[in-house]
Write a protein that binds this ligand. Structure first.
Ligand SMILES: Nc1nc2c(ncn2[C@@H]2O[C@H](COP(=O)(O)OP(=O)(O)OP(=O)(O)O)[C@@H](O)[C@H]2O)c(=O)[nH]1
Ligand SMILES: [Mg+2]
Length: 299
């Protein structure tokens, strides 16, 4: 109770919670965005690792759940498999919310990036992660969920419809300001000629009747015409799902995503940050980014 009172006295905090399926690029993005915000935007920023099986962090976390609990220990001691152990770890974190809050309140004036585990049910129907962030929201932590999904799923109409449904149910369950992201956009661009539609179709999610046409002709999905129509109708009725493309090696891409996230949770720029953004934008317009140069020179 005293801890909650101390936290409530604190001013508002801002940050992003990086979620999504396994190997969608969450940890890579957290490390990259930590360096980018700090070095290029002069934003004070810290990473909080809440993945209890995170082996290859490319950043030094300010808070690390692996000091509280690890998937490996839970598997050994409770004789659980990896998925059950991860669920247990998240329930343990919820029960030990004070462990997290005690450390968060020592971080002053920093923007927070939460690196999260990659198990889909943690974001679609399990309640622990939702409850942890709901508590933080009540304590003036203005967080935006950044939901990364591998853009490889655009390569097949039935995989893309699953991506849309997953994104929609995650938005509903996590209930934070939300930005959906198609990660590894460098690979998507490289293979754009093999896609059924242009990139805008996948990011804007406007007219899904074209997708319905492909689903109704697909070798597996053609058997389920009514179901296809109902799923497409559901997504269109909500008209909530759209995506930002992310290539972690491109500063322009990181800036575009940063704008969407800052708008979603109402982040107020620190002094000088806007100037740095303008400078970076003017470099990006008309000039090729590092990654584009790399692609065209070496691939
Ligand atoms: N080409 C490309 N590869 C990427 C990009 N982002 C991440 N990757 C690669 O994707 C793989 C998975 O990245 P991680 O950052 O470990 O993914 P994760 O979502 O943290 O994975 P889990 O924590 O296991 O769920 C790694 O091999 C990364 O190098 C990107 O923008 N482009
Ligand atoms: Mg990870």
């Amino acid at each position: 109770m005293a801890l909650i009172k101390r936290a409530k006295k604190a001013e508002s905090f801002f940050g992003q919670v990086v979620i999504g399926p396994p190997a969608s690029g969450k940890t890579t993005y957290c490390g990259r965005v930590h360096a980018f915000y700090k070095e290029k935007l002069n934003r004070k920023v810290e990473v909080v690792n809440l993945d209890p099986a995170n082996e290859n962090m490319n950043y030094n976390p300010m808070i690390d759940i692996m000091h509280l609990i690890t998937v490996e220990d839970v598997m050994k001691n409770l004789n659980l498999g990896p998925n059950g152990a991860l669920m247990y770890c998240m329930e343990y974190l919820e029960e030990n919310f004070d462990w997290l809050l005690n450390q968060l309140i020592t971080i002053k004036d920093s923007y927070l990036i939460f690196d999260m585990p990659g198990q889909v049910e943690l974001y679609t129907h399990h309640n622990s992660i939702k409850n942890v962030f709901e508590k933080l929201e009540k304590l003036n932590y203005h967080l935006c969920a950044v939901h990364l999904v591998d853009s490889h799923y655009c390569s097949d109409p039935s995989k893309f419809i699953s991506t849309l449904l997953l994104s929609l149910s995650t938005m509903m369950q996590i209930a934070l300001p939300h930005v959906n992201v198609l990660s590894k956009a460098d690979l998507l661009r490289k293979n754009a000629s093999k896609l059924d539609f242009g990139l805008d179709f996948y990011t804007d999610v406007l007219d899904l009747d074209y997708l319905l046409g492909l689903l109704d002709d697909g070798p597996f999905t053609k058997k389920f015409k009514k179901l296809n129509a109902a799923l497409v109708g559901l997504i269109q009725d909500y008209s909530l799902v759209g995506f930002v493309l992310l290539d972690v090696r491109s500063e322009k891409s990181l800036l575009e995503l940063k704008s969407a996230i800052d708008k979603a949770n109402g982040y107020i720029y620190g002094s000088g940050e806007e100037r740095n953004i303008q400078a970076l934008l003017s470099c990006a317009v008309g000039a090729r980014t590092e990654s584009e140069r790399f692609d065209s020179d070496y691939l």
